[in-house]
Write a protein of this length. Structure first.
Length: 222
C-alpha cells in the first residue's frame, strides 16, 4: 500500500506547501492503490483526532514539554502499534509512515518538524519503539530524554545489542531500580565506542554485554 506524505515543492519559482506525494517501494499507483492510500490517510487523521481527545480528557496531553512527558509519548506509541500489521502497511513501505504521521498529529507533535522527521531518528519512531516495552519498565528506567539517548546511540540501537537488551529485561526488572538507564547507557558506550561492531559476532557482542551487565548489577547493589 502506498503512503501519502506531504512535501513543499517549488514549481516555476512558486512554492507550494503540503503537496501530496504517494510513496511506495512495492506497488504501482493504480486507482485502487490510490484509494487504499487515501483510506490509510483518513485512518491516520481519525486516529490522532480520537487520541488527542482521549489524552486531553485524561489530562495527559498537558504533560507536553514537562518532566513527565514520557507518559504522553508512551501512550502515543501504543496507538502506533498498528504499523506492524502487514494488512495495513506493507513492511517494505513502513519507513514512509513516520513522516506521514506529522501531517495529522496536530498537538501530538513535539514541536516543529525537523530534519530527523521520516528517518530512523524520527520522534514517532521512538514513541513506537518505546511502547514495545512494558509501561512500568519504561517509566522506571528513565525520562524521555534518556530513552532518546538510548535510541540515538548507534551502539545501543544495533540490532544485536537491542536483541540482547530485550532478552535481559526480566533480569533488569528483578533489580527493582529507578532511573538506571543513563548509567547503563554509559557502560555500554564505554565498552564499544572504539570498536567496529560489524566485525564482532553475535556471541562476542553478547559475551561483552553479559560482562557489562554483571558490572552494572554489582554497582547497583552498592
Amino acid at each position: 500500500m502506498a503512503i501519502i506524505i506531504r512535501e513543499n515543492k517549488v514549481i516555476n519559482s512558486n512554492e507550494y506547501k503540503n503537496i501530496e506525494v504517494f510513496k511506495s517501494d512495492k506497488v504501482t499507483l493504480t486507482t485502487i492503490e490510490e484509494r487504499n492510500a487515501r483510506d490509510l490517510d483518513n485512518y491516520l487523521h481519525d486516529l490522532f483526532k480520537r487520541l488527542k481527545n482521549k489524552l486531553d480528557d485524561d489530562n495527559i496531553l498537558s504533560l507536553k514539554k514537562k518532566s513527565g512527558v514520557i507518559k504522553l509519548w508512551y501512550m502515543v506509541g501504543k496507538e502506533l502499534q498498528f504499523i506492524d500489521n502487514p494488512t495495513i502497511i506493507d513492511p517494505s513501505d513502513k519507513k514512509y509512515i513516520w513522516k506521514a504521521l506529522w501531517y495529522h498529529a496536530g498537538e501530538l507533535t513535539p514541536g516543529e518538524m525537523k530534519s530527523r522527521a521520516g528517518t530512523i531518528r524520527d520522534h514517532f519512531f521512538y514513541c513506537y519503539r518505546i511502547a514495545k516495552y512494558d509501561e512500568d519498565f519504561v517509566l522506571a528506567a528513565g525520562n524521555w530524554r534518556t530513552w532518546g539517548e538510548f535510541f540515538d546511540s548507534p551502539i545501543l540501537s544495533n540490532d544485536k545489542v537491542l536483541l540482547w537488551f530485550e532478552k535481559k529485561i526480566p533480569d533488569i526488572k528483578k533489580l527493582n531500580l529507578k532511573n538506571w538507564l543513563r548509567d547503563f547507557i554509559k557502560l555500554i558506550r564505554n565498552e564499544f565506542q572504539n570498536i567496529d561492531m560489524s566485525f564482532l559476532t553475535s556471541d562476542e557482542i553478547q559475551n561483552k554485554l553479559e560482562i557489562i551487565f554483571s558490572e552494572f548489577v554489582n554497582e547497583s547493589k552498592k
